[in-house]
Design a protein around this ligand. Structure first.
Ligand code: FMN
Length: 492
């Protein structure tokens, strides 16, 4: 890597599996759920020296007008099971799973992430999402869902409890000492947590993996969601992939960190982005337009509009102007979708304004607001645009979402990554073993409200403690090997 480099570009890959973001009708599309597809895309990301591979989660199939939303690619297997399989066929790539904090219990989730971190040799991350959604909650005990105001109090307490569980073991608790006959230390795994949402105590069965705690990711958009990210997360996902909105989001979230005693580099902001690469900018633009039309067909366009308008618009021409009727604010036609659930009247106003300004048909509008690829052009154009975005603080990097599974990132990795490497903003090879190493994060955040630093002493419960390095908790015993070196390549 050259001596003078810009800010590091962090890259992650997502295998799409819950919304309508892939052109599944393209003959090159393969299964969204076969293990071969997961392996192929993960290996592509690792070949491109990406930081991590990411899986979103949808806990109920979305429904539109009471029918399963057939534009979605549905049928996703459970995330942590998939990532455990991928741990065996990758060696350095981080493995990030979305798991909902509203419908689960801390003990079980902490155990599963401790296991993934151990199996993978310190590569686990948890995208902590919330849902207030009664529609999704019907799948769970007692209806599962929460009033909106309680989502993040539960999520924050969930995380506090999980951290206590991970900290309930110290590195020398597993003794297996034949001389004394002691297998584990007397205090190993003991925990207590009492709070508004959880009142639990006992013994945690699972020693944590090399990272101690998985990397914590957050992806809520609201003010409370941003505050949760600032206090507790190490990565935040966003949907802001247009430069002005992205910079505003970036400034806003980074500015919130100081209140928790954290520095701007303690939290990375990674918008999701689509990429289209071709030999020339013109060819890429033509291909991107084709992809957009593949993603937003006439029916999709009307369904998207109906999701916001809350009324039947099937009589309108998708290639004609927006409906002259106003939205019906009370009746959701699309259930299980977090994006349109609030501010539908305001969204409709903004969409109408945009359509009028640019003279867009319904279908063109839906493409404009949701079906556009973020980076389109020749390999050089795409590399320059990504680099510029990061150097000008629109983002710390991107979660790339391919429009084709599993081959949709091949061109990016083969043709754009080498240019980013040449620019010195992307690693030539992994130099650290854990996901925290790849992200340039050396320790878990220790916000002031958690009581500041201080690692748990055996049997104690002080804060959520410092993160264990690769040699802690039984060493680098994961499936994927690593060298344990730090990988702080980011420079100012
Ligand atoms: C980029 C991004 C990705 C998200 N991924 C998921 C997901 O995989 N599963 C999920 O249930 N919610 C997901 N969410 C939804 C959020 O976790 C959250 O529930 C939603 O944005 C509402 O929270 P808010 O009111 O703070 O915005 C995602 C949100 C964003 C912005």
């Amino acid at each position: 890597m050259p001596a003078t480099v810009g800010r590091r570009v962090h890259l992650a890959a997502q295998l799409p599996g819950i919304h309508n973001v892939t052109v599944w009708s393209d003959p090159r599309s393969e299964s969204q759920i076969s293990i071969d597809s997961f392996i192929r895309l993960a290996r592509t990301a690792e070949r491109g020296k990406f930081d991590f591979f990411f899986l979103a989660e949808g806990l109920r199939l979305r429904e539109h007008k009471g029918r399963v939303y057939d534009l979605d690619i549905a049928g996703r297997p459970e995330n942590l099971t998939v990532l455990s399989a991928l741990a065996a066929v990758t060696t350095r790539l981080g493995l990030a799973a979305t798991v909902n904090a509203t419908f689960n219990e801390p003990y079980e989730v902490a155990r599963r992430f401790a296991t993934l971190d151990r199996l993978s040799g310190g590569r686990a991350a948890w995208n902590v999402v919330t849902s207030h959604d009664a529609f999704t909650g019907e799948n769970f005990r007692r209806g599962g869902f929460l009033p909106e105001a309680d989502r993040y109090t539960r999520a924050a307490e969930f995380l506090t409890a999980a951290r206590k569980l991970w900290d309930s073991w110290s590195e020398d608790d597993l003794k297996a000492d034949a001389g004394t006959g002691e297998f584990i230390a007397p205090g190993a795994g003991r925990f207590t947590h009492q709070g508004r949402h959880f009142d639990i105590s006992g013994r945690f069965t699972t020693p944590p993996g090399p990272q101690g705690h998985p990397v914590i990711i957050q992806s809520g958009e609201s003010d409370t969601g941003r505050e949760f990210a600032a206090s507790d997360a190490e990565v935040v996902f966003s949907r802001h992939n247009r430069i002005d909105a992205a910079r505003e989001f970036y400034r806003d979230v980074k500015r919130r960190l100081a209140a928790y005693g954290r520095r701007p580099d303690d939290l990375l902001i990674l918008p999701t982005a689509g990429v289209v690469v071709a030999d020339t900018d013109e060819e890429a633009a033509a291909y991107a337009a084709e992809i957009s039309r593949g993603l937003v067909g006439p029916q999709t366009a009307i369904a998207h509009l109906e999701a916001v308008w809350g009324r039947d618009l099937s009589g309108y021409d998708p290639d004609g102007p927006l409906p002259d009727v106003e939205p019906e604010d009370e009746v959701p036609l699309l259930e299980g979708h977090s994006v349109f659930r609030k501010g539908r009247a305001e969204t409709a106003r903004q969409w109408r304004r945009l359509a009028e300004e640019r003279n867009l048909s319904i279908r063109e509008l839906v493409i404009e607001v949701g079906g556009r690829q973020t980076f389109v052009g020749s390999p050089r154009t795409v590399a320059d645009a990504i680099d510029d975005y990061v150097q000008t603080e629109g983002a710390d990097g991107f979660v790339l979402v391919p429009h084709l599974v599993p081959g949709g990132l091949d061109d990016f990795v083969d043709r754009v990554v080498p240019i980013l490497q040449e620019k010195g903003v992307h690693r030539d090879d992994y130099t650290g073993g854990t996901l925290r190493d790849h992200l340039g994060l050396s320790a878990a955040p220790r916000p002031a409200r958690w009581g500041g630093p201080g690692r748990r002493l055996r049997g104690g419960h002080g804060g959520h403690g410092a993160i264990a390095g690769p040699s802690r908790y039984g060493g680098n015993s994961g499936i994927g090997g690593h060298d344990g070196h730090d990988d702080k390549e980011t420079s100012a």
